[in-house]
Design a protein around this ligand. Structure first.
Ligand code: HEC
Ligand code: HEC
Length: 372
């Protein structure tokens, strides 16, 4: 998949979302928020609108960047309003409609509610209150009539902002990757032999698919469970998991030992993962198994973005993660050969959805709100 040219071309998002996609189950849409053209168009406008942040500088799309896999390839952990540090990596929102546990620690279950997390976080979009967000939208002439048309019964409200944004997010479905065309579609020529070997290792020797699961007719590559791989433990104990990718100039990156970064940069705030939600000691440093679709587009990896490439992720698993008391028993040294590592990388790279370039081009066609 090449980098999409920066030209906008709107597509029929809702027609596409209602259709079927090889490798993915039918799109789950909550009964109380059916997809409509008006809501999707409004949500798309809101998603790219920087006026939704306190000082008009940060939109959702500045951390979930369309041409960077709707994630952020340039930063291990996100940066919000006025350069404030966010402690976790911005995950992709491709295929987020399928997730029943949102955020790296699974603390939210509905997209409709999730949007208020970043809108109100002082280090993300910085709004002091729900009312402040609604007032910004109300003050913008170009929204006149749009909420009334999309939500005839309620107009602009906390609920309708959540319903519009989540409706747009639900249309960012992918599927029909090269892997899907081979594995679910039976097209033997869709992938090369290394992808096929990589998939055998993924299911067999490396047992990745115990957590990154596949079903009989579709696959999300996540059990939506919480596991301790040692990444969080390593950070908490001051033994960085590996290396970090840092920007040293515009477009120039260096991969350096995390210990070196720790000496010069402000430490990322403590993160205990699922424990913060359940308060159960055994849940310390457990994170949600992330889905792996489009993973080749969404570097860097893990909840803290501490691993820069897919090869580094596999090297991490190969050495058995970072040992600690609560380490998941499935994480243990794998003894992979160089060739097996190459095959696993090829397999992971085959999971990029067929339509991602079209979705990016559609994003480029979206209106960008004027800065106040
Ligand atoms: C400052 C950067 C930033 C901004 C702005 C931002 N996000 Fe995020 N987003 C993140 C980070 C970081 C996470 C993960 C946080 C966590 O797990 O605690 C996240 C998580 C999410 C998730 C959960 C994905 C998953 O796999 O569970 C969704 C959905 C999402 N954001 C949508 C939005 C929407 C909609 C907006 C705008 C209203 C938005 N984000 C604005 C950084 C950002
Ligand atoms: C015990 C369950 C488990 C097993 C087995 C497992 N993973 Fe994971 N995987 C996870 C969890 C949990 C994370 C998230 C860790 C974090 O955020 O700190 C993850 C993260 C990843 C990521 C990063 C994705 C992203 O978007 O950041 C990749 C890639 C990945 N795993 C691939 C693999 C491969 C390949 C294997 C087999 C060699 C494997 N996993 C085995 C649970 C597992």
């Amino acid at each position: 998949v090449g980098i999409a040219a920066r030209h906008g071309e709107a597509i029929d998002l809702i027609g596409r979302a209602r259709g079927t996609r090889l490798g993915l189950p039918p799109l789950p849409v909550p009964a109380d928020n059916p997809l409509t053209r008006e809501k999707v168009a409004l949500g798309r406008k809101l998603f790219y609108d920087r006026r939704l942040s306190l000082n008009g500088t940060v939109s959702c799309a500045m951390c979930h960047i369309p041409e960077q896999g709707f994630a952020n390839n340039e930063m291990a952990t996100a940066v919000g309003i006025e350069g404030r540090t966010v402690r976790r990596n911005a995950p992709t929102i491709y295929d987020v409609a399928y997730l029943r546990r949102l955020f790296h620690d699974g603390r939210e279950t509905r997209l409709e509610h999730q949007v208020w997390g970043p809108l109100l976080a002082s280090n993300e979009m910085g709004n002091p209150s729900i009312g402040a967000v609604l007032a910004s939208v109300r003050a913008a002439d170009d929204y006149d009539g749009l909420f009334e048309a999309a939500f005839p019964d309620r107009g602009l409200s906390m609920e309708s902002v959540g319903q519009a944004l989540s409706s747009y997010e639900r249309t960012l479905v992918t599927g029909a990757s090269a892997f899907d065309r081979w594995h679910f579609g039976g097209d033997e020529g869709a992938v090369s032999a290394d992808v096929k070997r990589g998939f055998e290792i993924f299911r067999g020797k490396a047992r990745c698919s115990v957590c990154h699961t596949l079903g009989p007719g579709s696959a999300l590559f996540t059990d939506e469970g919480f596991h301790n791989t040692g990444v969080g433990y390593a950070v908490s104990m001051g033994h960085p998991a590996n290396t970090q990718r840092i920007q040293v100039g515009p477009g120039t990156y260096l991969t350096v030992d995390s210990a070196v970064v720790a000496q010069v940069a402000k430490p990322v705030p403590a993160d205990l993962g699922r424990y913060e939600v359940t308060q159960r000691p055994g849940d310390r440093w457990k994170y949600r198994t992330p889905p792996l679709r489009n993973v080749a587009l969404t570097a860097p990896y893990m909840h803290d973005g501490s691993l820069a490439t897919l090869r580094e992720v596999i090297a991490f698993y190969d050495r058995g993660g970072v040992p600690n008391e609560e380490l998941d028993p499935l994480i243990r040294p794998l003894d992979l050969s160089e060739a097996e590592v190459d095959d696993l990388v090829a397999f992971l790279a085959s999971l990029v959805g067929e339509d991602v370039d079209a979705l990016v081009a559609d994003a480029f066609a979206a209106p960008i709100g004027d800065v106040r």
